[in-house]
Design a protein around this ligand. Structure first.
Ligand SMILES: O=P(O)(O)OC[C@H]1O[C@@H](O)[C@H](O)[C@@H](O)[C@@H]1O
Length: 365
């Protein structure tokens, strides 16, 4: 019988969430169907599951420094001393990744697609489609120490996109998310992560929230669904984005679908004073520095990555979009990626108990 075993040698006790057969004392439950397997974190106290608790945000230090600096020890993000190799289950493997940070490797049920997700930032760093191409990009200057956000893949900006009252792009991309459940069926493999406030987040943003991030990998389809729930006794508002880095040949890259949208161009020399305009191009190219926010964007953009793949960037619930290529300000890699970001730039206000959900659907066309 198939097992889903998430194991870690963090601290002294090897941690296993072994799900065959389900035991009442286990912090998880297993549901096996004909050709399916699922694992779900129970509502038991976190200490019942050392893996999950050590992977949670509790070990993040409370220091609130300048953006990205020393905000995570990194220790809690690791499968330290990974002598007991993470156990495999159908479509889901928990492994020690770059810098020892914990990553989850997802495979589509037919094995044709693979995605890698770091719990630090819930960042999808890689998505290989059935032709073997990785459509995402991680910058060569990315640091996998847990001390700053991973620069690349699909990071989260929450509860703020860009600069503002709190640190640039918020804190969700430099906190440790927790595995809530994993599941596979005939067509897809699904991983659900969650993020709760910590001492660290509360020093930046004094609100109680519960975020869930569902990642669904199918054959040449990668879907994500972010839900933000206000668990506070007061209302709060937030902005957000999926700051997606796509592999590209920037000299041949283009994005279609934004004609007619209101845009705010952030000039490199004066980013604090964006220039408002109306997008009049059918197809946007990247001959130089581009940092543009688009309002009320359509449900689908088409990215031609210049490497032979066109990618549909579709959404349900993300109201806005951002295009970014740093050009010569990031000489080491600007030629190799473009950011096409589904975003929520107009603040969403949630009353206590209310939720907001937005989905992103990526697929090569
Ligand atoms: O934080 P990162 O991954 O280096 O990205 C920074 C960039 O992120 C983009 O989303 C913004 O539009 C840019 O203004 C910003 O410079």
């Amino acid at each position: 019988m198939a097992l889903l075993k998430l194991s870690s040698t963090l601290s002294t006790s090897a941690v296993s969430v072994v799900l065959s057969p389900p035991r009442s004392s286990s912090p998880a439950s297993l549901t096996a169907h004909s050709n399916a397997l699922s694992w779900k974190r129970s509502s038991l106290p976190s200490q019942a599951s050392p893996l999950l608790s050590t992977m949670s945000s509790r070990a993040l230090p409370s220091g609130v420094a300048s953006p990205c600096a020393s905000q995570a020890t990194g220790v809690s993000a690791k499968l330290a001393d990974d002598s007991s190799a993470p156990h495999e289950t159908k479509g889901v493997k928990v492994q020690s990744g770059e810098g020892g940070l914990t990553k989850v490797v997802l495979s589509s049920p037919d094995g044709s697609n693979e995605a890698q997700v770091y719990l630090f930032g819930a960042c999808i760093t890689s998505w290989k489609t059935s032709d073997g191409k990785d459509l995402l990009f991680v910058r060569p200057d990315a640091i996998f120490t847990g001390q700053k956000p991973i620069s690349g893949g699909i990071p989260h900006c929450f509860p703020q996109f860009g600069p503002g009252p709190i640190q640039q792009h918020g804190f969700a991309r430099n906190m440790l998310w927790v595995i809530e459940s994993a599941q596979s069926d005939d067509e897809t493999t699904t991983l659900v992560l969650s993020l709760q406030p910590s001492d660290y987040s509360r020093k930046i943003w004094l609100h109680e929230f519960s975020n869930t991030y569902k990642i669904v990998l199918g054959v040449d389809k990668l879907t994500t669904e972010l839900t933000v729930k206000n668990t506070d006794t007061n209302p709060f508002s937030f902005t957000a984005a999926l700051h997606s880095y796509f592999r590209a040949d920037i000299s041949k890259t283009s994005v279609a679908g934004l004609k007619g949208c209101t845009k705010l161009d952030k000039p490199y020399e004066d980013p604090a004073n964006p220039i408002q305009g109306l997008e009049d191009r059918n197809v946007i190219e990247f001959p130089g520095f581009v940092d543009t926010m688009y309002k009320n964007t359509p449900d689908e953009l088409l990215l031609d990555n210049g490497l032979g793949t066109k990618i549909s960037v579709r959404n349900d619930g993300w109201t806005d979009a951002v295009l970014w290529n740093p050009h010569l300000t990031l000489n080491s890699s600007y030629k190799d990626f473009v950011c096409v970001e589904n975003a929520q730039l107009v603040p969403v206000e949630l009353q206590p108990g209310e939720s907001w959900t937005a989905k992103q659907y990526l697929n090569p066309v």
